[in-house]
Design a protein around this ligand. Structure first.
Ligand code: UT7
Length: 329
């Protein structure tokens, strides 16, 4: 029997219309455009505004875009996997909520929480559903409404994050295209540097958790930066080494967009020239689980069938990883 791989057959995406620019932040906190651009590479981020709007409202247009591109009805999707750390609610899961809003009646779905590596964890999990031979159409979405957990009085974190969603459709392939290898890692001892303390079973919501700002994202930037630089670079290098790929064989690096300096370090370790490194951090900021699929969405016009693409991420947990895909479209 021929080996089945999970090919990406369409990419969709969505960012909300409203934006927060660096100039907006200059009016909100003690910061400036120069600091933000040189330290992070970010110029603006999109923000989901409006009463009753949640992460599923980012997932829905991204999946609709995906289905339009592939020419299918959303109800043809058999399983929807959503990577997010900002679910609409603790339960039901965001995938279930989104399926209902999309009119998907015949699918099952679930959420995966692995912060900025969420999309790679979800893609690898979803690929195995296809590889098993049991499923023919699995949609994977990375989506986060980061504005719902950002403290807009904290200049060290608020300038970093934005909202958005990116989606890919996985279908079986027997010609060697699609998700070919992944190395995924985690280290819970890094949790103290990047987390949200309140709202879970450890610190259930109370007047006290609100007063202590425990429902906002916390990040100790420097140690995260240090671990991210080595973690993302090492795992990407390990991935290409174990698949006998050279820098020349890699057409594109699609990195998690948290900080341009972390991305540059990864590209250097892999021996890649700048033209092969895809960036959109300047327009969206860090959209957590959405950065990688939004980058695929923005740059899909440049990809050719057969291109070797390395996806790489590092995030809260710590979680990190790299995935090798051979472009199928
Ligand atoms: O996506 C999930 C994983 N997350 C990451 O990968 C993020 C990793 N960390 C980073 O990208 C960087 O650490 C940051 C971009 C968050 C911060 O950059 P940094 O170069 O590490 O800055 P820093 O935290 O060392 O701060 C340097 C200075 C400090 O002032 P002093 O103590 O030197 O006087 C900060 O108070 O910059 C100050 N600062 C700011 N100044 C203007 C911090 N935030 C700001 C700001 N505007 N927004």
């Amino acid at each position: 029997m021929q080996k089945i791989t999970a090919a990406i057959t369409a990419v969709g995406g969505y960012v909300p219309e409203d934006k927060l620019t660096n100039a907006d932040f200059e009016r909100m906190v003690d910061t400036n455009d120069e600091w933000i651009k040189t330290r992070t590479g970010i110029e603006e981020r999109h923000i989901l505004k409006g009463e009753g709007k949640a992460t599923s409202d980012l997932v829905v247009p991204a999946v609709q875009d995906l289905c339009k591109k592939r020419g299918i009805d959303p109800d043809e999707i058999e399983c929807l996997v959503v990577a997010t750390i900002t679910p609409d609610m603790f339960f039901p899961n965001t995938a279930n909520v989104a399926c209902d809003k999309l009119g998907i009646k015949h699918a099952w779905g679930f959420d995966i929480m692995a912060a900025c590596s969420g999309f790679l964890y979800a893609l690898t999990t979803a690929a195995s559903l296809i590889e098993s031979g049991r499923y023919k159409k699995v949609a994977v979405v990375g989506a986060d409404k980061m504005s719902s957990i950002v403290d807009y009085t904290d200049r060290t974190t608020c300038i970093l994050f934005g909202d958005g969603a990116g989606a890919v459709l996985l279908e079986p392939n027997t010609e060697g295209y699609g998700v070919l290898d992944s190395i995924l890692k985690s280290d819970g001892s890094g949790g103290k540097y990047l987390h949200m303390k309140g709202g879970g079973s450890l610190n259930p919501p109370s007047a006290d958790t609100v007063a202590q700002k425990m429902h906002y994202l916390f990040q100790d930037g420097q140690p995260v930066f240090k671990f991210a630089v080595t973690g993302m670079a090492d795992v990407s290098y390990e991935l290409i080494q174990r698949n006998n790929l050279t820098a020349d064989d890699v057409a594109w690096l699609v990195p998690h967009q948290a900080n341009k300096r972390i991305i540059d370090a990864t590209a250097r370790r892999m021996g890649l020239s700048d033209e092969k490194v895809l960036l959109n951090i300047q327009r969206y900021g860090n959209t957590t689980a959405a950065t990688i699929p939004l980058c695929l969405w923005d740059y899909q016009g440049r990809f050719k069938r057969g291109d070797n693409i390395v996806l790489a991420a590092f995030g809260g947990g710590f979680t990190w990883g790299a995935t090798w895909i051979k472009w199928a479209i």
